[in-house]
Write a protein that binds this ligand. Structure first.
Ligand code: PAF
Length: 271
């Protein structure tokens, strides 16, 4: 992959990189399209990264649809796919990890200790393997995209990061590889996440600036919709994820909740 990407760039062409954990859906394909719109060639990676899963999380049951993924990427004109084994990425002697930036500490960092250390480490490794011009990530993993942007800046990684809009099902559910875990009853309840975000957005559009009113309204919508295991439902500064007293500038509403045994995240920018 490294010589492939270097070869393309040596011919004066630009390369876009779409890192994924496979189980590809329309959200991933929108990243591929964004890359193709901006770069001459697009390459992708498929690797279910064990170091970003805690021992009790869903690493073993994470959906794996490798041949279908390869077909989709080929159909969409992706030039090359890097799909390493665990041993290639983490050989027995592997012992170096990236200490993730400050912005990783709260929210997902609280709920999933060690997650962003694994994400930052694999993403930096993938950037080294595939030294592309631009890398594409989804806004659904909002905090992840901030962690990656900060890491790239702090460590002078020569790559541009693009964050692409969330792709939703027609009923509002944010696309996620984990949606396949939901039963049809749970899928119905999961819609409360996007509804709660819309409630907050509607309130801000109507002039509400008070954070605790927005957060209470989001929680009420989740609870009414039968989503009772809420890990967080908050409105914070969209750049630093710091707490705010009031919406002023760009804020982001972020939710993490469990529907049955499935952990879902979603978010919405409030400008
Ligand atoms: O967003 C994902 O799919 C993963 O966290 C990533 C960025 C591919 C790293 O494993």
């Amino acid at each position: 992959m490294h010589s492939y990407v270097e070869g393309v760039r040596a011919r004066g062409k630009t390369v876009g990189l779409v890192p994924t954990m496979g189980a590809l859906h329309a959200g991933h394909m929108s990243l591929v399209r964004a890359s193709q719109a901006e770069c001459d060639e697009t390459v992708a990676t498929i690797f279910v990264n064990p170091t970003q899963f805690a021992p009790h999380e869903d690493l073993n049951k994470y959906p794996r649809t490798f041949s279908a993924d390869l077909e989709k990427l080929a159909e969409h004109g992706v030039a090359a796919v890097f799909a390493p084994t665990n041993e290639e990425i983490y050989p027995a002697e592997f012992s170096t990890y990236v200490e993730p930036p400050e912005v990783s500490r709260s929210l997902e960092g609280d709920c999933r200790p060690g997650h962003f250390r694994g994400v930052a480490t694999i993403v930096l490794k993938l950037f080294n393997v595939a030294p592309a011009d631009v890398a594409f990530f989804g806004q659904k993993d909002f905090q992840q995209s901030l962690v990656i942007r900060h890491m790239v800046k702090d460590l002078n990684v020569p790559i541009t990061i693009r964050v692409c809009p969330i792709v939703r099902e027609s009923d509002g559910l944010a696309m996620s590889s984990r949606n396949v875990y939901l039963s049809s009853e749970e899928r119905g309840r999961a819609l409360a996440l996007s509804r709660a975000l819309n409630v907050a957005k509607g309130m801000v559009d109507q002039g509400e600036r008070n954070i605790s009113k927005l957060e209470t309204a989001m929680r009420d919508e989740l609870l009414t919709g039968g989503v009772t295991t809420i890990e967080y439902a908050c409105v914070v500064d969209a750049e630093s994820l710091a707490s705010l007293a009031a919406v002023d500038g760009t804020a982001v509403a972020l939710i993490a909740a469990r529907v049955g045994s499935t952990r879902l995240i979603d978010n919405c920018l409030l400008t």
